[in-house]
Write a protein that binds this ligand. Structure first.
Ligand SMILES: C[S@@+](CC[C@H](N)C(=O)[O-])C[C@H]1O[C@@H](n2cnc3c(N)ncnc32)[C@H](O)[C@@H]1O
Length: 222
């Protein structure tokens, strides 16, 4: 495993405050049904032998690890802005003896060459980005994907019941109203379309204790 760095604008940490980071894994494992929808996201990625896959906003590396476990014949790369979560991810992957490259960087300014990846997956990153950052990130993902490459995203989506809308309120209090507004509006698919993706679809919607979690897919034009 390697860790490289570049530093730019501020970012929102995994649970908004660095002091809460140790609670991130226990909360996502127990309260968010993390394994269920992360496995579904990986299945939808339809990864093939030899492909290059980026886990964007990889955090503590749970999805990164699952990707490499499910598809050991792919090259998996994780990127996150926060060196603290990357250190946790590093330990988790080392314990599992999995070979993955972890990079510190910003989703809005990816430190990769054009057309480097066959697939980009991302879970729970986009509600940490405001609309402008989301647009820049979507454009960056298009830049680093090969023609026809896939984007798979799991993030908070538009609530389909009043209870789900209410359940999302604590996440908005924690991570901010400015960054989560587009999620409340269910605007991620249209932002991906605006960036130039095609075949943008909602794959599945999960009801969780903290609201509606949506899985999206999109494809870069061939
Ligand atoms: C809620 S956590 C999700 C972590 C992981 N993907 C998961 O599903 O458990 C959001 C992550 O996005 C990272 N992040 C926030 N803004 C970022 C940015 N601009 N660029 C890269 N990572 C960012 C945070 O450091 C944090 O680790």
């Amino acid at each position: 495993m390697t860790t490289t760095s570049n530093t730019q604008e501020r970012f929102i940490p995994a649970l908004s405050y660095h002091v809460l980071t140790p609670l991130y894994d226990p909360i996502t494992q127990t309260l968010l049904r993390e394994e269920t929808w992360k496995l579904r996201l990986i299945a939808e990625a339809t990864l093939q032998k030899g492909e290059q896959v980026l886990d964007l906003g990889c955090g503590t590396g749970t999805l990164t690890l699952m990707l490499k476990q499910q598809h050991p014949e792919t090259t998996v790369v994780g990127l996150d802005a926060d060196p603290e979560v990357l250190a946790r991810a590093h330990k988790k992957l080392a314990r599992a003896h999995l070979e993955v490259t972890l990079t510190q960087g910003r989703a809005t300014d990816l430190p990769y060459l054009n057309t480097s990846f066959d697939c980009v997956v991302s879970s729970l990153l986009f509600h940490h980005l405001n609309e402008g950052q989301t647009r820049r990130t979507a454009r960056e993902v298009i830049r680093v994907l090969r023609p026809g490459g896939r984007l798979l995203v799991a993030d908070w989506g538009k609530a389909d019941t009043f209870l789900m809308r209410l359940a999302f309120f604590p996440i908005q209090l924690l991570d901010g109203f400015a960054t989560t507004q587009k999620n409340v509006e269910g605007a991620l698919p249209s932002l991906f379309l605006d960036a130039g993706f095609e075949e943008v679809e909602t794959i599945e919607v999960f009801h969780t204790l903290f609201g509606t979690l949506s899985l999206y897919q999109a494809r870069k034009k061939s």
